[in-house]
Every structure is written in C-alpha cells, then in structure tokens.
Write a protein that binds this ligand. Structure first.
Ligand SMILES: Nc1ncnc2c1ncn2[C@@H]1O[C@H](COP(=O)(O)OP(=O)(O)OP(=O)(O)O)[C@@H](O)[C@H]1O
Ligand SMILES: [Mg+2]
Length: 258
C-alpha cells in the first residue's frame, strides 16, 4: 500500500516541484513504484514531464478527478517504468470554486486516489504555494509531509505557518499526518547566510527532523527547465548525489517503520 507524501511549503519558489520530480525519479530508479500527483494550478511538474501534451488532459486531470468528472484510471500517465503522473491542467484554478462548494471538499483527493494506492509504494504530491483547498486536500490524504525551504530569513520564519497548518489538519481531518522532515534547498557556502540560517533553524525547531541538504546547482535548474531529471542531466554531480541520499533517507524513515 502506498505511503502518501506531500511536498509542501506555502512559500513560492523553494523547490517543491524540483524535489517532487527528482525524488520521484530517484525512488523509481531504486525499484519503487511511484505515482506523482500535480495539484498545483501552475502545472509546472506536469509541463516539465509531458510538455504541451498537457493540453490532451483537459477531461482527465487532478481537477476533474476532484470534481468527479473523470475516473482515476483514465488520469494516470506512464512517464517511464515505475513512474506515473496524475497531471494538473490549465483549467485547475477554475475548478477551485466548484470544489470549495462541493460536499466533502477536504476529502476529494483522498477519495479519488484510494483505489490506486495498492498499486504503488509512494505517492508524491507537488503542491501550490498557497494555503487553499488544494493544499488542504493534499495534507488530508497524506501520511507524511516534506517541507523544502530556502535558508533565508523569511524562509526560516515562514516555517511557523506550515507548522500551524499541519496542526490544524491534524485536529480537523487527518490525525496521522507526520512531518517526515525539512529539506534545506539551494545551499551554498559562497556566503555565510545559509550556514547561519541552518543553525538558527535547528535551534528554533529542535524537534523537526532535518533531512539531506540540497546544494544550489545550475545543473538542477537547467535539468528542471528541460523537463529531465538530474540523474539524466548530470548523474555523477553533487545535486544527483544529494537526491540519491535524500531518497535513501526517505526509504529508511518510511520503510524502516513497517
Ligand atoms: N537546488 C537548486 N539549485 C538551483 N536552482 C534550484 C534549486 N532548486 C530549485 N531551483 C530552481 O528554483 C526555481 C524554483 O524551483 P521550483 O519550481 O522547484 O520551486 P517551487 O517551490 O515548486 O515553486 P512554486 O512555489 O512556484 O511552485 C526553479 O527555477 C528551479 O529550477
Ligand atoms: Mg512548484
């Protein structure tokens, strides 16, 4: 049965999509069956993986699943062996109002995914940078949360908002939600700021597990813009090694518990 992991942070541009994609490839390379779900109306993950083909999924995407206009079996795209995608679409933001007014609005994604969970080991959900109904649906259906963050002043302060939201979700819709860890992203030693912020982060949130730090890497940015994983772009580089380490860490944390 799949473990569902939300990659979430209400702050924009911290690396949610980059981490969802490359962690997904890493887990698939290690023989795990992975389903990626893009629940961001910006559809960056979907566009990265299938490009203009996104236009073909107007009637079969995460939004139509949540409004129950489509069935989950018809919304899954095979990216490669062990790696599947439920795409987002240009029309997802238009679905938001419909979902907000629908019965059982917080559990629409949970219900939609339920029947395919036995077919996967991991479901990774890429979330939008906002605290709306899409993020609430993701967290409600997730076992775990991974929070990527940038080691800047506001990046560290912003963690509190995520923790508050997780607390609310635990109280209202999903008491089993667990913080798998924080992932410091875009780390560089070119200035002292990230190292200082990392120390602050550990002091401010001593109970939050800190996972592998992902280095700031031009290769990662280029791979992302070409829609390919870091393993295909520069398999022996620092960023690829960091993602491999992160995947092993996730496996140890999630599967060690079984
Ligand atoms: N470690 C890194 N090194 C260099 N560039 C990175 C790194 N991680 C992410 N980026 C780049 O930063 C930008 C934002 O990353 P990404 O799109 O993954 O963030 P996001 O949190 O998904 O953004 P949004 O909140 O808009 O969905 C992208 O251009 C991406 O290529
Ligand atoms: Mg994104």
């Amino acid at each position: 049965m799949a473990k569902v992991i939300s990659i979430a942070n209400q702050k924009g541009g911290v690396g949610k999509t980059t981490i969802t994609m490359n962690l997904g490839f890493a887990l698939a390379n290690m023989g795990r069956r992975v389903l990626l779900v893009d629940i961001d109306p910006q559809f960056n993950l979907t566009f990265g993986l299938i490009g203009m083909e996104v236009l073909n999924y107007e009637d079969n995407n995460v939004g139509t699943l949540m409004t129950r206009e489509s069935r989950v079996e018809d919304s899954i795209i095979e990216i490669r062996e062990n790696l599947h995608l439920i795409p987002s679409h240009l029309n997802l933001s238009a679905k938001e109002i419909e979902i907000i007014n629908a019965y059982n609005r917080e559990r629409r994604l949970e219900k939609a995914l339920k029947s395919v969970l036995p077919e996967y080991d991991y479901v990774l959900i890429d979330n939008p940078p906002s605290m709306g109904i899409f993020l609430v649906n993701s967290l409600t259906t997730s076992d775990y949360v991974l929070i990527p963050l940038e080691l800047s002043y506001f990046g560290v302060i912003g963690m509190q908002l995520m923790f508050n939201l997780m607390k609310m979700i635990k109280e209202e819709t999903n008491e089993n939600l667990t913080l798998l860890g924080l992932i410091p992203n875009k780390f560089t030693r070119q200035t002292k700021v990230p190292a200082t912020r990392l120390k602050e982060l550990k002091e401010t949130y001593p109970n939050a597990p800190l996972l592998t730090t992902i280095p700031k890497s031009v290769a990662l940015e280029k791979a992302q813009s070409q829609g390919i994983s870091i393993f295909e772009f520069e398999g022996d580089g620092r960023a690829a090694k960091a993602f491999l380490k992160l995947a092993k860490e996730v496996i140890a944390l999630v599967e060690g518990e079984r």
